[in-house]
Design a binder for this molecule. Structure first.
Ligand SMILES: NC(=O)c1ccc[n+]([C@@H]2O[C@H](COP(=O)([O-])OP(=O)(O)OC[C@H]3O[C@@H](n4cnc5c(N)ncnc54)[C@H](O)[C@@H]3O)[C@@H](O)[C@H]2O)c1
Length: 333
């Protein structure tokens, strides 16, 4: 009996990934569909047009597999979500659906409020009602605001978000904390640091820079090129998140949070020089001042994550960019 129960937990897991047509969601599902421990993988996404919807559709096409079921559902639609949770009784939920991007949150905060606060609440609350074993959700490096000490540790201050996007993610962590405290639900925040790789988001610097260098267009260089970022390769992100999903540590905390980062910082100008070299083309640059909402630097400690997963975060930027450019040339040109 006990043995059968154990087999069920280990080998017949039902997992929900929200935002599955997005960059990180696609890569996570692509890894999970090949995992023998999973019986059913449900992915939902509202396929919004924040960026080219064809990229989302192309990612979904690559996920066609008998184990994977896609449903076009908005996380703000409580009724559809209730039907889904009641039908599948998920063991694990990973909420990646959100309105991403710092800059748009300054011009259009409303959409951030609905997807990132209302939508997030629906997923969190249904995870409680349907007794999900682990609830993972995407947080962000932006919640640290303009950090003054580096590398950034999880214990650093997260009370001064510089953008409304960051404010919504901080709110998610507070909501999750209260649910962990009150209802004893296991919640894990994944504080992603500038994730890049094949099928990456077109609104992010690496995509825009690659595209503009190749097509001889001007690159807008914010903060006069003085930014630096902890660029984290997608495979490192996914390998570590998957390890967290299957890790069953005794006495682990109900409310957890991890920096998901490479642990190395790259200057904006260093990134541009690397791209110029790899693309064998000189970039045309237009220097602009620091934009509202942007932080100067992100550079994290990933020690807490690595201690738990025993995984390396080892992809260096040069190797990661090679993989990215190979994909970009094949897909976009
Ligand atoms: N990529 C990064 O560097 C990064 C860094 C920090 C945090 N994050 C967070 O990680 C998560 C995934 O990011 P990503 O880069 O894959 O972004 P993405 O925009 O590619 O993916 C998000 C997906 O969620 C979907 N979505 C948005 N609102 C929805 C709603 N209301 N209902 C259903 N689906 C909805 C979108 O259509 C999209 O496919 C997001 O929560 C983002 O805020 C990403």
């Amino acid at each position: 009996m006990l043995y059968n129960g154990l087999i069920r937990v280990l080998y017949y897991m039902k997992i929900l990934v929200t935002g599955c047509a997005g960059f990180i969601g696609y890569h996570l599902c692509n890894n999970l569909i090949n995992n023998k421990k999973i019986k059913t993988l449900i992915g939902i996404d509202n396929l919004n047009n924040y960026y080219d919807i064809n990229l989302k559709k192309d990612r979904l096409k690559l996920l066609s597999n008998s184990k994977f079921i896609f449903k076009k559902i908005d996380i703000c639609n409580e009724l559809s979500l209730t039907n889904l949770f009641s039908k599948y009784k998920f063991d694990i939920v990973i909420n990646l659906a959100a309105q991403a991007g710092v800059r748009t949150s300054i011009t259009n905060p409303e959409i951030y409020y609905s997807s990132n606060i209302d939508g997030f609440f629906n997923i969190l609350n249904l995870s409680r009602k349907y007794k999900v074993k682990k609830f993972f959700y995407a947080s962000t490096s932006s919640i640290y605001g303009d950090a003054s000490k580096f590398p950034i540790k999880e214990s650093f201050d997260t009370n001064k978000p510089l953008s409304f996007y960051a404010a919504t993610k901080k709110t998610n962590e507070i909501m999750a904390y209260s649910y962990s405290e009150i209802y004893k639900i296991k919640t894990i925040a994944l504080r992603f640091f500038t994730v890049y790789g094949p099928y990456g988001r077109p609104d992010m610097a690496i995509y825009k820079f690659t595209k503009n260098i190749l097509s001889n267009r001007v690159l807008e260089v914010y903060n006069n090129g003085k930014h630096s970022r902890d660029f984290t390769y997608i495979d490192d992100v996914i390998n570590n998140v998957v390890k967290l999903i299957f890790k069953n540590k005794k006495n682990s905390k109900l409310f957890e949070y991890y920096n998901v980062a490479s642990g190395k910082k790259i200057g904006l100008m260093q990134l541009i020089k690397l791209l110029e070299k790899k693309l064998n083309k000189k970039a045309k640059l237009k220097y602009l001042k620091k934009q509202k909402g942007d932080v100067f630097s992100t550079h994290a400690s990933n020690n807490k994550l690595i201690r738990i997963t025993n995984n390396k975060v080892s992809t260096n930027i040069s190797f990661g960019l090679d993989k990215y450019i190979k994909w970009f040339k094949n897909y976009e040109q």
